[in-house]
Design a protein around this ligand. Structure first.
Ligand code: ADP
Ligand code: MG
Length: 695
């Protein structure tokens, strides 16, 4: 069979309709697709061992002769064994195959084979179960570095590797998309070489070259895309919002802004009046006072005659923002409205009508605000709070709410300090302001790690804080995200929704009969949530038992104690966020991480948190320990999925790729030169999931 890039996989031997269906689930339809699906790992099968010398417990290749005809025995229905002995000069190896009766015919007594599997020892007897094997005179899947792919049910790595190998000859017909000059300058391998060696590397060096080229390529296209995005935004017309005396706004605040806040407000005012759409990220650790900065932007916009929309990641947070912004801005005549997905339909209709009529100046809400049926009379500013939940795609969708007159200004606020490397990529399309100062009078939160058996003491501490008039958060692992999380104090059982509620009920009954407890979780109805939060804010609830819905942004200055159950189940950045809910007032605050983990790595992670309150350091550690995938949860950043680049490790390459992208766009801003067209095509492809970006 001659294979071309377009040969459908159904034409490959061994691929019928069923397998083709499963392969297509992996995004594999034709030969060319196989080439672009890189291995996730490799297995070095180059070294051949003798039976005696083979190390135990790890997968190895052994060259040996079948010493007898394989014996087939049926143990019972559904369990067949094939067994045989194989030999070399050093000894005998006993092989067993489960439910692979074809092996009886595939192995011939007296022939040499290479067996790949794990050697075990039972007494003096060496054994191997279900090895992969092939004739020693035509090695194909042994004697080399083999790729390991991400799989799906019904598709083995063996099959994928063999299909990919058959597709490999057409690697040369894929067009080279990196301009030759660039390849030369950065010493990058050619595409054909890279593809062949990423799948079946000749040796480590070839694999390194292949990986370098493909990683560079990926980061390069990503950088080009983000730079184009930024430039494009820069060319649009922005609504001109005239500057106002900053003091007029400061008079509304119950406090004087910090220097950092004042500086960032200045940057925002300059953006808004520039005639170009603002595209700015405000990064500030928890408690640095981002809300006031957002309020300033909305205030300026309203004064200039424009509406603003503020999007929060959760309804709890949206409601809180609506409450506090309304209190702050109402004296200036600014009308604030709340729009969330779960408001009663009639209420939603009313708010939407008011937005369309221009009767609301600042709309606060969740994702509901970007839905197509919400229209604004004069939307001039979009604010996204807690940016890591609002990816590039969502930002683009929001910005598309502009009109012929201009594109709305966009302000995103993030409390998750992002490590520098990651920030370069994720915020490649934004200007960045940093609020690097906390409001005065804050004492750092004291953090303790305690084990389950100290639970009683922890309860006493709760009691003591409440006696001093303070309030307490008690967090359980998120219910929805974490179906197999254990109830605090238990080993394994499932934590379901009822568990949070029943944990609270049990605490109320057995531990704190005299205290006022409340429960907050994501499955409550918005009205209920709002009522609970309001009661906690007023001090009516003393101990709030909650899931991570309080993770972002919730602000109750009187709360001085944050207890996190099963703390080892959370990411470091998330724990830092949770800890940020306390230490917001004038009282000394505490964070107690409860854990029963025996895992030294988990303990090490938790200790990072007790040793520093610097969000950036914590984020760096988190990234190092967990990798960027987990760092952001399931692709929350909305960037194209990276196939090969490792954002935690490939910093140098990233810097080079960004330089290359800038250089290229400086010479050919719209990528119109013939030699650069393939680059544009690839960038479009990469951002295909983010359709609004490049049209
Ligand atoms: P975050 O950056 O985490 O969103 P917030 O905007 O919620 O922080 O502010 C945290 C707390 O600090 C709030 O109670 C807010 O009123 C208060 N705050 C903000 N700025 C200042 C300031 N300049 N001086 C005193 N308190 C401030
Ligand atoms: Mg906030």
């Amino acid at each position: 069979m001659t294979v071309s890039l377009d040969t459908p996989l159904t034409q490959f031997p061994g691929v019928g309709a069923v397998r083709a269906g499963k392969l297509s689930k992996l995004g594999l339809e034709k030969a060319g697709d196989l080439l672009l699906r890189y291995p996730r790992d490799y297995e070095d099968r180059r070294q051949l061992y003798s039976i005696r010398q083979a190390p135990l417990g790890t997968r190895v290749c052994i060259s040996a002769m079948a010493a007898e005809h394989p014996r087939l025995s049926r143990i019972r229905k559904g369990l067949e064994l094939v067994q045989l002995k194989v030999v070399d000069q050093t000894g005998v190896l006993h092989l067993t195959f489960f439910n692979q009766s074809y092996v009886q015919r595939a192995l011939q007594a007296g022939e040499e084979y290479i067996f790949f599997g794990t050697v075990e020892e039972q007494g003096r007897r060496r054994t191997m179960v279900n090895p992969i094997f092939e004739r020693a005179d035509r090695p194909n899947v042994t004697g080399r570095i083999m790729p390991i792919y991400h799989l799906t049910a019904g598709i083995s790595n063996h099959l994928l590797a063999s299909l990919t190998q058959q597709a490999l000859p057409c690697a040369g017909s894929l067009p080279e998309t990196l301009p030759a000059g660039l390849r030369q300058h950065y010493q990058l391998a050619e595409l054909e070489f890279a593809l062949k060696n990423i799948h079946f590397p000749q040796d480590e060096e070839a694999l390194d070259l292949a990986r370098r080229r493909l990683t560079f390529e990926e980061l390069f296209y990503l950088s080009v895309g983000l730079t184009l995005l930024k430039d494009r935004r820069g060319e649009e017309t922005g609504f001109p919002v005239p500057p106002q005396p900053q003091g007029d706004f400061e008079a509304l605040l119950p406090f004087a802004p910090t220097q950092a806040q004042a500086r960032v407000m200045g940057e925002i005012a300059a953006d808004l009046s520039s005639g170009r759409p603002m595209n700015r990220l405000v990064q500030g650790d928890v408690g640095s006072g981002k809300t006031a900065v957002a309020a300033f932007a909305a205030w300026l916009a309203a004064r200039g005659g424009y509406q603003s929309a503020l999007m929060a990641p959760t309804e709890v947070l949206a409601e809180q923002h609506a409450r506090s912004l309304s209190a702050l801005l109402a004296p200036a005549g600014i009308r604030v409205g709340l729009l969330t997905g779960s408001l009663p339909a009639a209420e939603k209709r009313k708010i939407r009508a008011a937005l369309a009529a221009g009767e609301i100046d600042l709309a606060v809400g969740t994702h509901a605000l970007i839905s197509a049926d919400v229209s604004f009379a004069r939307l001039g500013l979009i604010i996204a709070d807690e940016q890591h939940r609002f990816g590039v795609a969502q930002r683009a969708a929001l910005a598309a709410k502009g009109t012929a007159e201009g594109a709305p200004h966009v302000l995103v606020m993030s409390a998750t300090p992002i490590p520098r490397t990651l920030a370069l990529i994720i915020y490649g399309d934004l200007d960045v302001s940093v609020i690097d100062q906390l409001p005065p009078g804050r004492t750092p939160v004291e953090t303790y790690i305690i084990r389950e058996d100290k639970r009683e003491r922890m309860y006493n501490f709760v009691r003591q804080q409440v006696a001093q008039g303070r309030q307490v958060y008690l967090i359980c692992p998120a219910v929805e995200d974490n179906p197999d999380a254990a109830l605090p104090g238990e080993e394994h059982p499932t934590l379901n929704l009822k568990a949070v509620t029943s944990y609270a009920a049990q605490l109320q009954k057995d531990v704190f009969p005299d205290l006022r407890l409340g429960v907050l979780h994501g499955k409550l109805r918005p009205r209920e949530k709002e009522a609970v939060m309001a009661a906690f804010a007023k001090g009516d609830i003393q101990v709030l038992v909650a899931t991570t819905v309080v993770e972002v942004g919730v602000d109750v200055p009187n709360a001085s104690l944050m207890i996190i159950e099963n703390a080892d189940r959370f990411g470091l950045s998330q724990l830092h966020q949770l800890r940020g809910r306390v230490g917001r007032g004038k009282h000394q605050s505490y964070c107690v991480l409860v854990t029963s983990t025996r895992n030294p790595e988990s303990m090490q992670r938790l200790r990072v948190l007790s040793s520093t309150t610097d969000g950036f350091r914590i984020a760096e550690e988190d990234l190092k320990l967990r990798g960027p995938g987990d760092f952001f949860g399931s692709r929350q950043h909305g960037l194209p999925q990276l196939k090969i680049a490792d954002l935690a490790g490939d910093t140098r390459l990233l810097t080079q790729a960004q330089q290359a992208a800038r250089d290229l766009l400086a010479e050919d801003p719209a990528l119109q030169r013939p030699e650069n067209r393939p680059v544009l095509a690839r960038v479009r492809q990469l951002f295909a999931d983010t359709p609004d970006i490049f049209n």
